[in-house]
Ligand binder design. Structure first.
Ligand code: MLT
Length: 270
């Protein structure tokens, strides 16, 4: 684990060629990518980055101070911090893939640092903003996390992130998710909720992206359902759509093999 002074970076695989940067989902960190990376063919260079306040990264206010910007939680700040972290390591161009919240940050990266993004992987995510009720729910949960100083308010996600098949047949996956969620700092989780609540619609950003895109969705994803993924896959010109059978929102841990293969193909296309 290296820090480079900004966000925590996990070197998931030492290889060569255009690096693959993996951005994690909420309320997790870059450990979630291990199975996918193990299954990738060839010798890619793969790294995972923890968002502000997640995993081993500093909290959002500290990251904002380092970047000289306002400390308000935002997906834009997370994207700027990812860009600064990559540049500090001498990486000026990468294939970027994000799952769910990671996808929100990947799209903000395309908008704010387009020269960095050679190809884009959007897994179990969406380009749209939250409807009002979902936004209000996030803010209520953020308040609760901050008041309780515990992550209990999001522990239910250990099962809601999974598809029906995994919920029934893979109790080990819910246990892994619980461990990762319990490892997060409640203030970092609250920061991420507030950042996601504030994010705008970025459909136009994807529409304007000229590089290769892969959209991956679990066919049992209840949080970013396949119908939305199919619509999203129509937005950018050079897009491949991969629907993963018997997986929910956590394709990367529920069914890592097709995800590894989709990302390897994206790397080749880029
Ligand atoms: C995630 O997996 O990152 C979350 O489901 C994102 C969200 O809450 O929108």
């Amino acid at each position: 684990m290296l820090r480079d002074g900004l966000l925590a970076v996990r070197e998931l695989r030492q290889g060569h060629g255009t690096p693959l940067v993996l951005l994690h989902g909420f309320p997790l960190d870059s450990r979630m990518w291990a199975d996918v990376v193990d299954l990738m063919p060839g010798e890619p260079h793969v790294l995972g980055i923890d968002f502000p306040g997640a995993g081993r990264s500093p909290v959002g206010a500290d990251v904002a101070e380092r970047l000289g910007t306002s400390g308000d939680p935002s997906i834009e700040l997370a994207a700027d911090a990812v860009a600064a972290t990559l540049r500090a390591r001498g990486i000026d161009r990468a294939v970027v893939a994000g799952l769910s919240m990671g996808g929100y940050v990947a799209l903000a990266l395309v908008e704010r640092h387009p020269e960095l993004v050679a190809g884009l992987g959007l897994l179990d995510t969406k380009t749209t903003a939250d409807p009002d009720d979902a936004r209000a729910n996030r803010l209520r949960i953020a308040d609760q996390l901050e008041a309780e100083h515990r992550v209990d308010a999001v522990l239910g996600m250990r099962t809601s992130l999974l598809g029906a098949t995994s919920r029934g047949a893979r109790p080990d996956l819910a246990a892994r998710l619980e461990t990762w969620i319990r490892d997060q700092g409640p203030l970092g989780v609250a920061w991420a909720q507030r950042a996601m609540a504030a994010r705008p619609d970025r459909s136009a950003v994807l529409r304007g992206f000229a590089g290769p895109v892969v959209v991956v969705v679990g066919d049992e994803d209840e949080l970013s359902p396949p119908a939305g993924a199919r619509e999203m896959a129509q937005l950018a010109a050079d897009t491949q759509l991969v629907e993963v059978p018997r997986a929910g929102h956590m394709t990367a841990i529920e069914s890592p093999e097709p995800v590894a293969s989709a990302l390897a193909t994206l790397l080749r296309r880029a």
